[in-house]
Design a protein around this ligand. Structure first.
Ligand code: NAI
Ligand code: MG
Length: 340
């Protein structure tokens, strides 16, 4: 099969980890043609007056699959996050972030295997913000809908069933946020009744954070609202080797966009030292989504072999290899696996 896929290099370390990921994908032999969309974020504002020009959205809608590098969002001012806009405009309601201990990596735990399902289109990221100049009061509305809650929670249960997990935990703050988190929790209890083969429990978010850093092995699938999911997924990344290794997918009914959990990492951008594993693993998820399971398995095995070998690790993993030296090593191993 041949595929055409939208490619968004993004900014910061984005173009570096994207180039590295393409090197590895080339080695799989899967026929991928890229529809490259560079005009996103600050670069697009300068050229088109908007950070997310219509042709970018049209390209993703047409090809239905995209691979995306991180895009910087100005803090406290400036344009709205391209990442949030993209998820909302394409209705990519499920943000799926598997956090798995990969053999060969030195991490605080040896047996973490959890998947975070973050609601991706509403909650505190709904974009409903208001500032009253006169009173100097700012409001951000956390909108939670029954429909939005049902579809992410059902998605999580279905994923659990398909992937052999038997526990779903819902993270919330329904003791304080009685209406918003309360709705999410009560929908969770309803949907759980549709899946008698899967155990369901819930945790209040602050306790959940403590439990996760002490006993991550007690969790499998975690479903939660937008902001909590954003925070929990960086926390969970820390359990399995850091932001350099954790992949993600934004999935809707029509379209899927694959991107790492991490951002544009301005502190290390342009130095060729970023770890491309997170995006390579996102590409692995993309290959599975396309039905190319054999190629996906080869990418995962090549990563594990490269970690275990330990001679080509990037700086965040305690090595000194460059982004491309690591990627070249992984690509060599993919090619070797193909050759049998
Ligand atoms: P970040 O995830 O970019 O970086 C956090 C820390 O992790 C930094 O010290 C960075 O050097 C390190 N790190 C991240 N990825 C790494 C990698 N692949 N290899 C080695 N080290 C890595 O988070 P930060 O600094 O809070 O955000 C920077 C920018 O990225 C912001 O503008 C933010 O809005 C944006 N962002 C974009 C996302 C996206 O495009 N989906 C997601 C998260 C943040
Ligand atoms: Mg985040």
């Amino acid at each position: 099969m041949a595929y055409t896929i939208t490619l968004i290099p993004g900014d910061g370390i984005g173009p570096e980890v994207v180039e590295a990921t393409l090197r590895v994908l080339d080695a799989t032999g899967v026929e991928l043609t890229w529809d490259r969309q560079d005009a996103v974020g600050t670069a697009a504002v300068e050229r088109f007056g908007t950070p997310l020009p219509e042709p970018v959205l049209a390209s993703i809608r047409r090809h239905r699959v995209a691979l995306k590098g991180p895009v910087t969002t100005p803090v406290g001012k400036g344009f709205k996050s391209v990442n949030v806009q993209l998820r909302q405009k394409l209705d990519l309601y499920a943000n799926v972030r598997p956090c798995l201990t990969l053999p060969g990596l030195r991490t605080p735990f040896q047996n973490v295997d959890l998947v975070i399902f973050r609601e991706n289109t509403e909650g505190l990221y709904s974009g409903l913000e208001h500032f009253d100049e006169r009173l100097q009061i700012a409001d951000s509305t956390a909108r939670i809908s029954r429909r939005g809650s049902e579809r992410i929670i059902r998605f999580c249960f279905q994923y659990a069933r398909r992937h052999g997990y038997d526990l779903v935990t819902l993270a919330h703050k329904a003791n304080i946020l009685k209406l918003t988190s309360g709705l999410f929790l009560s929908v969770g209890r309803e949907i759980a009744a549709e899946f008698p083969d899967i155990t369901f429990n819930d945790r209040i978010i602050d306790n959940m954070c403590m439990q996760l850093v002490m006993h991550p092995e007690q969790y499998q699938c975690i479903v939660t609202t937008n902001l909590f999911g954003d925070i929990l997924s960086d926390l969970a990344a820390g359990l399995v080797g850091g932001l350099g290794v954790v992949a993600g997918a934004n999935i809707g009914d029509e379209v899927a966009v694959f991107e790492a959990v991490h951002g544009s990492a301005p502190d290390i951008a342009g130095q060729g030292i970023a770890n491309p594993t997170a995006l390579i693993r996102s590409a692995e998820m993309m290959l599975r989504h396309l039905g190319e399971a054999q190629a996906a398995d080869a990418v995962r095995q090549a990563l594990i072999d490269t970690f275990t070998e330990g001679t080509h690790l990037t700086r965040d993993l305690g090595g000194s290899a460059s982004t491309m030296a690591f990627a070249d090593r992984v690509a060599e191993r993919v090619a070797a696996l193909r050759a049998g």
